[in-house]
Design a protein around this ligand. Sequence first.
Ligand SMILES: [Zn+2]
Length: 169
Amino acid sequence: MTKLIVSDYVAPIVGYRFWVWDKEIGPQLRSMQGGQPWIPRQRLQAYCVQADRETWSYIISHHHEAPDEHCSCGIYAVKSLNSPLDLRKAHIYGEVYLWGKIIEHRYGYRAQFAYPKSFVLQKGILGCLSHLVDYGVEIRDADSKVLWTPATTSSSGISSASPGAQGRP
Ligand SMILES: [Zn+2]
């Protein structure tokens, strides 16, 4: 049986996760296609959702606060990039701050609150860079080249990154 460790963190811990850049609704950074949007400068709070099989949508469950020990809700992150889920295949992945109630599993966490700490963008998704700077966190490409950091002004950061952003191999 898996032993769960439930903690309440005031100071954030750091995990890793991937995101989806959803051009159809938004454009917005999301947990998955159609999932919860991550808003710049705003913490993401987990809520428990249940699938409504009639409307093919998700409805918020008010049975408990998320995450819950006996449910699968919460904001997911893994402990390491070397976990069984290889995040480096995702278009956008990176570090994420987690805090509040956190349920620890073998390879990762389910958290109550989260905010991105850094992003790594694959080449095919560099067009969203100008949107992602709104989050105010460091952004690198898949070769670890810094595309933008909070220390640079947004205009110079974007212009210095633009040769790569234009799709140069
Ligand atoms: Zn739940």
